[in-house]
Every structure is written in structure tokens, then in C-alpha cells.
Design a protein. Structure first.
Length: 171
């Protein structure tokens, strides 16, 4: 193995390790004094910035509403676990008041043989189907373009094979 040329004195292993130990002790003192966050505090801060139900260890943040799945987080299963699926929003999430009363939600089915309006409660009593399909952002791979492209710099992590479940709305 070759080393880069330098006029500086080479650092001995002992002085390197001594310096690292001193740096670690200094960080520990800062943490205990309240001047720097501790490990648990850092983890809590990081998780607080992620969408509920998402595991920060498996995602890369591109913005406050855009998170890409890390390549190694896909695993070997065909289906990507929910906590690892990318997040792509073009707008901020809705106000909390929108989700306070899901039983009051309704869906209007129009353009079908029997148009009607159903409540969430009525939908919950209907037959559920499960479908495996690919969910993908159209910008996946954008980072690989030679020219500058707007939007999040997606790699390969804006795609996932997912299970969708719900009531079919076909007539």
C-alpha cells in the first residue's frame, strides 16, 4: 500500500489513539454537562424528524417531505417492509384535524353503474382485496442523469414492491 507524500511528521499509532481518547472524553463531558446532546437525545431528534412509522436507519432524507430507501435496506424479500418504503410528497401533510374523525369520511363513487356515497364504516364491512404491485416515483434514478435535473436527487431507492389492501371500487 502506498501512502501520500507529506512533509509533516507521521503520526504514531499511540499518539493517534491518545488523541482519539481525549476527543471522546471531551465529547462525553460536553454531553453530561448539557452543552451537547447525548446519544439517546441525538437518536430522538433524528427520529422526530422522520414520518411516523418510518425507520430512520433505512432512509435518506432529501427534504422534510422526501425520504429515499437506502439500497441495503431493501433486503432479500420481494415485498419491502412498510417502515422502509420511500416517502415522496409534493406538499406538506394535511392538518391533524383532517384525520381526527375517519368515521366521518365519505367517498363518492361516480361514473359507475350504481353511483353512491359510502362512509368509512360501510367500506370496512365490505370484502377486502390484497394486491402486490410496484410503487415507484417517476424521478427514481434522477441522480444518475448527466445534466442537472430538478427535484430530489433520487438514486434507486424511490421504488418498492408493496402490498395494497382495500375495497375494490369497480362496478
Amino acid at each position: 500500500m502506498t501512502r501520500p507524500h507529506s512533509n509533516a511528521e507521521p503520526t504514531s499509532r499511540r499518539s493517534f489513539l491518545t488523541g482519539m481518547a481525549a476527543a471522546g472524553a471531551g465529547l462525553s463531558l460536553l454531553s453530561e454537562s448539557g452543552l451537547a446532546p447525548g446519544r439517546a437525545d441525538l437518536a430522538a431528534l433524528q427520529e422526530a424528524d422522520f414520518p411516523p412509522g418510518k425507520d430512520p436507519r433505512h432512509l435518506v432524507r432529501h427534504s422534510s417531505v422526501t425520504f429515499e430507501t437506502k439500497r441495503e435496506a431493501f433486503g432479500s424479500s420481494i415485498i419491502v417492509p412498510t417502515d422502509r418504503i420511500f416517502v415522496r410528497n409534493n406538499a406538506d401533510p394535511p392538518d391533524a384535524a383532517v384525520v381526527e374523525d375517519p368515521d366521518g369520511w365519505q367517498v363518492a363513487l361516480e361514473g359507475v353503474r350504481n353511483p353512491r356515497t359510502l362512509t368509512v364504516r360501510e367500506l370496512q364491512n365490505l370484502r377486502v382485496e390484497i394486491v402486490a404491485t410496484v410503487l415507484q416515483c417517476s424521478g427514481t434514478g434522477r441522480r444518475s442523469f448527466e445534466h442537472r435535473v430538478g427535484g430530489s436527487p433520487w438514486g434507486a431507492g424511490a421504488a418498492a414492491c408493496v402490498l395494497w389492501s382495500g375495497v375494490p371500487v369497480r362496478s
